[in-house]
Design a protein around this ligand. Sequence first.
Ligand code: URP
Ligand code: ZN
Ligand code: ZN
Ligand code: ZN
Length: 485
Amino acid sequence: MEFDTVIHGGTIVTPTESWQGDLGLVGGRIAGLAERLPGGARRIDATGRLVLPGGIEAHAHIAQESSSGLMSADDYYTGSVSAAFGGNSSFIPFAAQHRGQSVDAVIETYDSRAAPNSVLDYSYHLIISDPTETVLTEELPRAFARGITSFKVFMTYDLMNLGDRGMLDILTVARRHGALTMVHAENNDMVKWMNARLAAAGLTAPKYHAISRPALAEAEAINRAISLARLVGAGLFIVHVSTPEGADLVARAQASGLPIHAETCPQYLAFTRDDLDRPGMEGAKYICSPPLRDAATQAALWNHARRGTFESVSSDHAPYRFDASGKFANGAEPAYPAIANGLPGIAMRLPYLFSEGVAAGRISLQQFAALSSSNAARLFGMERKGALLPGYDADIAIWNPEETREVSLADQHDAMDYTPFEGMRLTGWPEHVLSRGETVVEAGELKAARGRGRFVARAPYRPDPNAPVEPELTPALNFGAEIRP
Ligand code: URP
Ligand code: ZN
Ligand code: ZN
Ligand code: ZN
């Protein structure tokens, strides 16, 4: 075999083991793995380095308007560049349908934002906020046929919240087509009720954001979302789980064989609600939903990452600058409900997970590969990505596991004016990121051209074929053609 590239001498991390050897590439694909491979017009020395599957960022808000119309700071160029510096070879941001919009038009809009700009391969999860009859019966099936095989819904935010009936409709369409429904699970009325009480008491500083969205609001919504998915026999992916209560519900559902999946995010492991109480308006930098919790939560979430309750750790990169274009779009000292929700972190997801996970001895290299790449590829149907195996895309991140560096804004390469990770000392950094065999980032420099990334048509979601069906529910509802839509 004539390899065009050989990555030699590194520790190669496959789903089952790590071993020292060479990886040979042909035409952008992985073509050979062996202790020693000859040849290669291009040889990349990976001695003393880890050779990992390039990260797949499965939760990021890029060139996306929030429900109130605020545009994220990162577009598909800065967003993908920042992701690449953080060890990612591909990403799946959201294409958001706001009320009244046609899904076809939304996809066209995001294609025009992504295709000319992205340096990484990409797809979208479709956010549905308006599941009309046309959306359910025509537009979602069309999106699905183009390889957009995941739909996200919200149980909170007045302009996004679908209600239980809307969720059942989406879950049913998803089940029929083999799409995976993602859900932001927080009880909207609990939050609104808390907001009203806090407002009446004049408690509007950023720290009250955490109080307004209690753990119970997440746990209740997760329990309800799982129940709705069970009713229609659909799979479900719960995004940004932030509480032990919520994670326990997911773990219990998984233990009974249900196709329930979940992620957590670095911010819930790295920060606490005390960060919302920083001086002045600094706490606004840490406003995200669900909110930051406490140290006991962090330990419990790490346990769930280690035992596999979480199949992915995603950034939920939602970049709003610390100025009038972002956090302060509604004034210089807004009450917390008027501050844009979200933290930037697409470049820090993997360095943080590596340092505090692998280097700190909490997770193995195989778990790191699974949480950062392989599981997302499997759940979201990126069939040729997520593993260093023959035939797969040569999406590869070469890491220096020994390097310790202090996080700075300059490391982010995004469009932001702050990083919540500023000053943190992390051990283990990606040095060289390849996408389909092409170098995207090397030694701190961007090597890829704007727009080189390609749209990835994704395969259908296939729940665990061994999962038992629920005897009393499934025959009664008899899914498939009988239940419409
Ligand atoms: O606070 C967050 N997470 N903002 C982004 C939107 C969402 O809820 O994912
Ligand atoms: Zn070699
Ligand atoms: Zn969310
Ligand atoms: Zn999000």
